[in-house]
Design a protein around this ligand. Sequence first.
Ligand code: ADP
Ligand code: F6P
Length: 329
Amino acid sequence: MATKTKINRIGVLTSGGDAPGMNAAIRAVVRTAIYCGKEVYGFYRGYQGLIEKSYMQMQSHSVSKIINQGGTILKSSRCPEFKDKFVREKAYNNLKELGIDGLVVIGGDGSFRGADLLYKEHGLPVIGIPGTIDNDIYGTDFTIGFDTAINTAVQAIDKLRDTADSHNLVFFVEVMGRDAGFIALNTAMATGAETTLIPEIPTTIEKLCEYLLYERRQNKTSGIIIVAEGGDLGSANQIAAKVKERIPNYETRVTTLGHIQRGGSPSCNDRVLASILGYGAVKALLGGRSGVMIGQMQNETVFTPFSEACSRHNEINTKWYDITRVLSI
Ligand code: ADP
Ligand code: F6P
């Protein structure tokens, strides 16, 4: 995990699903590298940019006024070809030709799998920065984008609560998170939702219906059920249909928040996290670290080998699930 290569020219890219705060991370990488007397090349559309040699040399002013912008100025992509060894070899050769001797990858665990292979197969110094709304990456308390995404979801769910209350409706609200329940659990707690369905805590439709009937007996007239995508009971639409079959007099509605959760101006927390991790990634790369993801745990910067960051997962606090239910009686 330590490299002796002297680094003069750094590449940076954003990969996988975009996340608010990726721009703040790019800014931090570019400015720190330039401050340290290095050159930076930004590659477009994640690994696609390495394969197609699509890049721009970045100056300090290239990242002016982007700290507050959602999305990523470097654009992002899913690039399945990168799973092919020969395609990665091509990407490495392109980097070598351009004189890039260190790479910063901003993305999720899929992106780090690719980064790990690039590092292991070709010895290229690579550091990862966790950027995904899902918060599912081992080795950091929070991923860049999560805080903004949950705030966006909370604002939307508060609005749904108004209409649910006015019309005595039960809303099934589907939130993102791939296979993880972080967004669902946090937004459920923050919006006073009646319950949440997350992949980490399996349940059955029967148990859910029992709970909804119990809530009704408590004289509740409306309800918000937060459904994490990727759960084994299916999508919010499917769950609502199954509930309707069993409790026909229930007035239900379904809202899928979708990609709105990935957009928007990053929150203060995400900008700060992105700035610290971007700065730390460049410093670590120049200091000889490689094959690791930088993260922040209990306010300390920490490094986790890609292999570990990809094979383990951040775990939700199951106590929060119980607290959400207790507080919604
Ligand atoms: P995220 O980085 O947000 O988890 P993905 O899982 O879609 O998003 O991964 C982003 C990209 O990383 C993929 O499109 C692909 O280019 C690369 N990648 C993912 N898994 C692998 C793998 N096993 N080997 C090589 N590259 C991978
Ligand atoms: O990883 C981020 C994420 O938004 C997940 O929450 C979601 O499952 C997935 O990406 C959606 O991917 P796509 O952009 O391909 O629709």
